[in-house]
Design a protein around this ligand. Structure first.
Ligand code: AMP
Length: 485
């Protein structure tokens, strides 16, 4: 055994996943289309990817560590993935050694046929379910919450595979958008709150499911519509059918998809992600104006917000920091030490532009504060006279339990310090986070109205839209209690 495997995701602050999913039905060389779709979704997960195809009732699976383009190029494993029907997954997780066995899609032979599942999101009662299933004799292969769904499908007393899947999903809590492939069907589902995105597209008559519209664009598929919260769509040779198997609930789409996670060229629920980010920048300019010579983004995540700030404030936009694009996102490196190095590898100050200038620096979020601290020092070392930090999201005060990787609350800067203290910590002359109502205005809502919101903004408010069974059972007694056994 090369590493310790925990059955409790909360035993390790780092198990939470970020993922992208894609599926296609009835398209020759389906795997190649999935590889392209996953490439467009690579920002949602860079550590591993996998594709499952089905041809003539036979499943084929390849799951690899690394970037899609490196692992699934023509002439490589993709050539073994025969068939017109396929699903795929890109994954980012910092679970380290257990990575291989957690790579998705998961496949199982269950009564009435095989099923492959790719999941984006995070279940908040997976530990409890897992303990119950293990007591009943299930043998788990991975540490992933997604495997719970596979086991629940396998042990369901219902017959048809769609009914078994619905039965399984009725037992889980938390966030899931998923695509599943059987011999006869491609299935797409969003949880009743619709926390994670999932869209339907069509290319040459073939149906496509994808986390974001940018994955439709890359294969020249037309956007049809979003899968609705709580909706299950079944795609087969007979076309597409829609079901609403769960009791309806008020929608709570992840607001952080708009802030950071989704690609700026994606359109989510008829709102362009880039437009929203620019509008947040404009809100910031109104909420926290400052006399300055230039607005500088922390590339790439701060770019649309900085453009919005510059337009609204009439202060020139400048590329005062240049990003090296051959290094992944800062968060990819797991340890603090390497993460710090990553910031230096990724960004460099444009000295000639910054010298003697008063700078408004815009980034999308502050999590631990590592990035802002390094960047501000770099901008000052390059000769900037003043650095005013503007953040295009409210302070991140609470962890995400729904599939965006955030550290434990104790490691979130904003959970532990006031804005003034944070300003001193990052070394800025002034610091302002967009207000929660400013963020809602950018989303074309007048404000967050008490408890009534159509977004999950728990990372900024602590208002979690589901029970957090695993977290709460852990904090009750310091250990995971065996629930529902
Ligand atoms: P930190 O250095 O810990 O304050 O992280 C903030 C930086 O990480 C910002 O520049 C964000 O663009 C980026 N970021 C924020 N949230 C995430 C996330 N969940 N995954 C990856 N990167 C993130």
């Amino acid at each position: 055994m090369d590493q310790e495997i925990s059955t409790n995701p909360f035993a390790d602050d780092k198990l939470h996943e970020e993922c992208g999913i894609f599926g296609i039905w009835g398209k020759p060389d389906a795997a190649a289309f999935v590889a392209l779709g996953l490439h467009a979704l690579q920002h949602r997960g860079q550590e591993a990817s996998g594709i499952v195809t089905c041809s003539g009732g036979q499943f084929h699976m390849e799951r690899r560590e690394g970037l899609v383009g490196d692992q699934f190029s023509v002439g490589g494993p993709i050539d073994k993935l025969k068939g017109q029907n396929a699903i795929g997954h890109v994954r980012y997780s910092t679970t380290g050694g257990s990575l291989n066995r957690n790579i998705q899609p998961f496949f199982a032979d269950v009564a009435n046929g095989g099923i492959a599942i790719a999941h984006n999101g995070n279940l908040t009662n997976a530990v409890a379910i897992r303990h119950r299933l293990v007591r009943q004799g299930s043998i788990f292969y991975s540490t992933s919450d997604t495997e719970c769904i596979v086991h629940l499908v396998a042990t369901s007393t219902y017959g048809p595979i769609v009914d078994r899947l619905v039965d399984a999903l009725k037992q889980v809590e938390g966030a899931y958008s998923l695509v599943a492939l059987t011999q006869k069907k491609l299935i797409g589902v969003r949880d009743p709150l619709g926390v994670r995105p999932l869209v339907i597209g069509k290319v040459d008559g073939a149906y496509v499911l994808a986390s974001e519209t940018c994955a439709l664009d890359i294969i020249a598929a037309d956007y049809v519509r979003d899968v609705e919260p709580g909706e299950l769509v079944v795609i087969s040779d007979e076309g597409i059918k829609s079901y609403k198997p769960f009791p309806p609930q008020r929608q709570r789409f992840c607001i952080f998809e708009y802030v950071y996670f989704a690609r700026p060229d994606s359109i989510i629920e008829n709102l362009g992600v880039y437009e929203v980010r620019k509008a947040i920048g404009a809100e910031l300019a109104r909420e926290a104006p400052v006399e300055a010579d230039m607005v500088v983004p922390v590339p790439d995540s701060g770019v649309p917000g900085a453009i919005g700030y510059a337009e609204a404030s009439k202060i020139p936009f400048e590329l005062g920091i240049i990003r090296n694009h051959y290094v992944g996102r800062t968060f990819i490196e797991p340890s603090d030490h390497i993460r710090n190095l990553g910031v230096k590898l990724k960004h460099n100050a444009n000295r000639a532009r910054l010298k003697g200038k008063r700078v408004v620096l815009v980034d999308d979020s502050i999590v631990r504060g590592t990035t802002s601290k390094k960047i501000i020092k770099m901008v000052r070392d390059a000769g900037a006279a003043e650095v005013h930090m503007r953040i295009a999201s409210p302070p991140t005060t609470d962890s995400c339990f729904y599939g965006v990787d955030t550290p434990e609350k104790k490691n979130l800067l904003a959970a532990n310090y006031t804005i003034a203290e944070m300003c001193r910590f990052v070394g800025a002359d002034s610091l302002h986070f967009v207000t929660i109502n400013g963020l809602y205005r950018a989303l074309r809502q007048s404000r967050r109205d008490g408890k009534t919101t159509r977004y999950c903004d728990a990372c900024f408010t602590g208002d979690y839209p589901t029970a957090l069974t695993d977290r709460d059972s852990e904090t009750d007694n310091g250990q995971l209690s065996l629930l529902a056994v």
